[in-house]
Each structure stands twice: as structure tokens, then as C-alpha cells.
Design a protein around this ligand. Structure first.
Ligand SMILES: Nc1ncnc2c1ncn2[C@@H]1O[C@H](COP(=O)(O)OP(=O)(O)O)[C@@H](O)[C@H]1O
Ligand SMILES: O=C(O)C1=C[C@@H](OP(=O)(O)O)[C@@H](O)[C@H](O)C1
Ligand SMILES: [Mg+2]
Length: 230
């Protein structure tokens, strides 16, 4: 006897169940069930297949949730997770604030671009970038060639609330609100070039994960299925 439904209602479940997000099997989503995002119908395996060797690359402002939501997204899709900032810190043997202080931002940016280029060779995976990485045109080109980019987008007030929890972002050392607003003004037009955008609302991480999965599904599978059925 089956103790669990074949297609669990992912949205209604707690985070610990995200690993058990099951596969529908046929690669094309069921339609007409308004409450359940179609992503759930074809499952993680369908998304992984459509992704192929590409990386899901999260971009967006500091505090958008690239690291914390990205880790959960990887878990839900059963993909490896890598965080560019963590890789940079491990390679440099120092924290990002120390890197900024000892070597300056241009040095950090050059290392960041190199690290992301190397990480992009390791797909499929979920790759969380640091908020400034996407400003580099070569990085954008490399991501376009080897990944699917997703802009995680949050209101400034939400970002502020989140970044205030930790003093590990050297760019926000003084007047974080004014700095975030100025950075947003400069960066939003470039973040808007990402393949997809998903709002990182003031809701639990897993709700954002579910919206990411639904958006990825629409992009990677839904369009192909729509073409097939038209
Ligand atoms: N959807 C969310 N709900 C609650 N807290 C969140 C959410 N997204 C991010 N956070 C919190 O905000 C902080 C910054 O998130 P983080 O993932 O480090 O963002 P980024 O990597 O984009 O700078 C962390 O404490 C994280 O747990
Ligand atoms: O936006 C930025 O320029 C930065 C974002 C940080 O990463 P998160 O976006 O993960 O906080 C980190 O790379 C560094 O402090 C610079
Ligand atoms: Mg991060």
C-alpha cells in the first residue's frame, strides 16, 4: 500500500521534504491544476534533464537569498551547490572583508571573475554568485554560454532587514540603506538581462524555492511542451 501520494504537494510541506520532490516521469507537466505549480508535475528529474550540463546561476543584490535559497534549491533538485564567495574565501585563505581590506575591491573582482569562470565548468549545479559578479560583462557571457541565469529580486526594505543580520559585507559598512539604493540603481538594468527573474519575498526560504522551481520549469520545460502540444 502506498503511504504517500505520488506527487506530494511541495508547497504545503516543510523544508525537510524538499529532497523527496518526486518525478512525474513524462517530462511534460499536467495542466489545469491552479493550486499546484506545473513544475511539480514533471519533477526534479525533468528539470535536471532539461538543464543538461548547465548551471542554474543566481544573481541579484546582497541579501536577495542567492546563498541560502540557492542551497535549498540545489537540495530540492538534487544538484550540487556552490557559492562563489565561499570558493573565493577558501582559495584566498581569508574572508571577503579581509580581502577587500588587504587588497582592495578591484583585486577581489578579478579573483571573483576567475573563480566563477572555473566553477561554470562544473555544471550541472546551482551556483550562487556574489551580488557584484554580474556587473562583469565577461562573466555574463560565460554564464550565458554555460548556465541559466536567475535574478533573485527583493524590495530594498527586505534586503536591508536581511543584510543587517551579519556584518560580512564590506560594501555595506557605512550607510547600508543609501548604498543598497545606489547599487540597485546601477545594477538593476544589468540584472534585468538575466534569463529569468523571481521575487525573493519576505516569506520562508522554501516558498522562494518553490517559485524558482516553477519559473525554471516554465522556462526549461513548459515552453517545449507548449510547442509540442500546439
Ligand atoms: N526567503 C527568505 N526568508 C527568510 N530569510 C531569508 C530569505 N532569503 C534570505 N534570507 C536570509 O537573509 C540573509 C541573507 O541571505 P543570503 O542567502 O546570504 O543572501 P545573498 O547570498 O543573496 O546575499 C540570510 O540570513 C538568509 O537566511
Ligand atoms: O554585491 C556585492 O558587490 C557583493 C556581494 C557579496 O555577496 P552576496 O551578494 O552573496 O552578499 C560579496 O560578494 C561581496 O561582499 C560584494
Ligand atoms: Mg551570498
Amino acid at each position: 500500500m502506498r503511504r504517500f501520494p505520488r506527487r506530494p504537494r511541495y508547497l504545503a510541506r516543510s523544508m525537510t521534504t524538499t529532497r523527496h520532490f518526486e518525478d512525474g516521469g513524462d517530462g511534460c507537466p499536467d495542466r489545469g491544476s491552479g493550486a499546484e505549480p506545473c513544475a511539480l508535475a514533471s519533477g526534479a528529474a525533468g528539470l535536471r534533464e532539461a538543464l543538461g550540463p548547465r548551471s542554474i546561476v543566481l544573481v541579484g543584490m546582497m541579501g536577495a537569498g542567492k546563498t541560502s535559497v540557492g542551497r535549498r534549491l540545489a537540495l530540492a533538485l538534487d544538484l550540487p551547490f556552490v557559492d562563489a564567495d565561499a570558493e573565493i574565501e577558501a582559495r584566498a585563505g581569508m574572508t571577503i572583508p579581509e580581502l577587500f581590506e588587504k587588497h582592495g575591491e578591484p583585486y577581489f573582482r578579478a579573483g571573483e571573475a576567475r573563480v566563477i569562470a572555473r566553477l561554470l565548468e562544473g555544471g550541472p549545479q546551482v551556483l550562487a554568485t556574489g551580488g557584484g559578479a554580474w556587473m562583469n560583462p565577461e562573466t555574463r557571457e560565460r554564464v550565458a554560454a554555460a548556465g541559466v541565469s536567475v535574478w533573485l529580486k527583493a524590495e530594498i526594505d527586505v534586503l536591508l532587514k536581511r543584510v543587517r543580520k551579519r556584518a560580512n559585507r564590506p560594501l555595506l559598512a557605512s550607510d547600508p540603506e543609501a548604498t543598497l539604493r545606489a547599487l540597485a540603481g546601477a545594477r538593476y538594468p544589468l540584472y534585468a538581462l538575466a534569463d529569468l527573474s523571481v521575487v525573493s519575498r519576505d516569506t520562508p526560504h522554501d516558498h522562494v524555492v518553490a517559485e524558482l522551481i516553477a519559473a525554471l520549469h516554465r522556462r526549461l520545460i513548459g515552453e517545449a511542451c507548449e510547442e509540442k502540444s500546439s
